[in-house]
Write a protein that binds this ligand. Structure first.
Ligand code: ATP
Ligand code: MG
Length: 417
């Protein structure tokens, strides 16, 4: 890949997370390439390259299974007309002519280390090697200016710091609280990508705590933040249990789903709004839940986009909850519902984090294992459909066992088609 560009007479280096992670002893996720070839020239060298117009044009080059991002050196940003009133960079299309120009446009010193294939050396213009040695995450240049140029860098500080277990340089920490509101200027679709990197991660719990601590969380999830203020213990227990579960699943290479993540993050606001709708508007439980779900997703999407392929199953997980709370003869049927597993995992999470649902959760665990205990006295009161001795009763059908037995978290794996 690098040799292709080199043989065509261009400079090319590996840079960014790949080099950084290798040097820090972490398995790199992917590799980024920086070159002085312009996008059209990159395409002449790699005919399969696709040019992707982000704020800055880059080329995606397929290498076997992998896609490598090839970016032309960035140049100095022009004067003030390229920025908005908060300092955010709006247009960014000047190519750099030297590697050093490219280096100082990168975010952190450890992200601006270039691996040179010609002599297998590392090129470092910004003191990245020292910061790597002292395990420090430091912005290149003035931190406030760099956060203002692109507020997403605040989220990157949290994510990369936790990923590598590096200390954030004091300069990188100090402006966070003050500048957090600038995240409002970032398009929700870009924040969706960043939120997944932060929270569908093995460091999800640490990332959540840091985001909350630095005042970034309330910009991303304002309604969830309110719930955290209203009932800190319960909200924190629930969110952290969900994120810890996600992290465990990732560590054991099980799939995780954004739908389950958003369902967890928005559950407390949904519940609160549902209670309010029942009390104030006299809605019945079903209607209150449907309306609260719609509202929660709509409000959240103003900050962090939730694509429909994830918001639809998230709403289904919520709307399944009251159905799980009704135990009666026909509850059986729910076991074969495509959303059952995710909804059941969600119920376990609720039970784990303090909602009085332990007995109910155990009942559903047993039901899945084909040994449902009888419906306890009075357990039908939610549904009022009249029991017939529980799913263990006469109408019991054989059914396929789903996933791993109880206890799991397997429902997160239910990626929508
Ligand atoms: P990872 O791929 O592990 O998530 P990364 O640092 O490689 O981390 P990418 O988004 O792949 O993240 O970016 C590649 C490189 O591009 C970064 O290492 C950095 O040098 C530069 N970069 C990315 N985002 C920014 C940004 N917002 N501002 C300045 N430079 C950036
Ligand atoms: Mg990368």
């Amino acid at each position: 890949m690098l040799y292709g560009l080199k043989d065509a007479g261009f400079e090319a280096y590996i840079v960014g997370g790949g080099v950084r992670d290798l040097l820090a002893g972490v398995k790199p996720k992917d590799f980024d390439v920086a070159t002085n070839a312009h996008p059209e020239q990159i395409r002449k060298v790699f005919r399969s390259a696709r040019l992707i117009g982000r704020r800055f044009m880059i080329a995606h080059v397929r290498m076997g299974q992998e896609i490598v991002e090839v970016a032309t050196f960035r140049g100095p940003i022009g004067d003030s007309h390229d920025r908005d009133e908060t300092g955010r960079i709006l247009s960014d299309n000047i190519y750099g002519t030297t590697l050093e120009e490219d280096a100082i446009r990168r975010d952190f010193t450890i992200n601006a280390l270039y691996y040179d294939i010609r002599d297998h050396s590392i090129v470092d213009y910004v003191g990245g090697m020292d910061d790597l040695k002292s395990k420090t995450l430091r912005l290149i240049g003035d931190p406030e200016l760099r956060y203002r140029e692109d507020p997403v860098r605040m989220l990157r500080s949290v994510r990369i710091g936790n990923k590598l277990h590096f200390r954030l340089d004091q300069g990188a920490v100090e402006p966070l609280h003050r500048l957090a509101p600038l995240l409002k200027e970032i398009p929700p679709a870009r924040l969706f990508d960043e939120v997944l990197k932060l929270l569908l991660s093995t460091e999800a719990v640490e990332n959540f705590r840091a985001l909350h601590w630095f005042g970034l969380w309330q910009e991303l999830f304002p309604d969830t933040d309110l719930a955290l203020e209203r009932e800190p213990e319960r909200a924190r227990a629930f969110i952290e249990a969900s994120l810890a579960n996600t992290a465990e699943r990732l560590k054991s290479e099980q799939p995780v789903s954004p739908a389950f993540l958003f369902a967890s993050l928005l559950w407390l606001p949904v519940q609160a709004r549902m209670t309010e709708l029942q009390a104030k508007q006299g809605h019945n439980q079903h209607l209150a839940l449907v309306q609260a779900s719609e509202e929660a997703v709509a409000r959240q999407s103003l900050r962090v986009a939730i694509p429909r392929r994830f918001s639809v199953p998230a709403k289904e997980i919520w709307q399944f909850q009251p159905r799980l709370e009704q135990r009666h003869g026909r509850s059986q049927r729910l076991l074969t519902h495509p959303r059952f597993r995710a909804a059941y995992d969600f119920l376990l999470l609720r039970a784990q984090s303090g909602e009085p649902l332990k007995e109910l959760a155990d009942w559903w665990t047993a039901a899945q294992e084909g040994q449902p205990p009888p419906v306890p006295e009075g357990a039908e009161h939610h549904g009022g459909q009249g029991g017939q001795g529980g799913p263990g009763g006469g109408r019991r059908r054989r059914r396929r066992r789903r996933g791993r037995g109880g206890g799991g978290g397997g429902g997160q794996g239910h990626q929508p088609p």
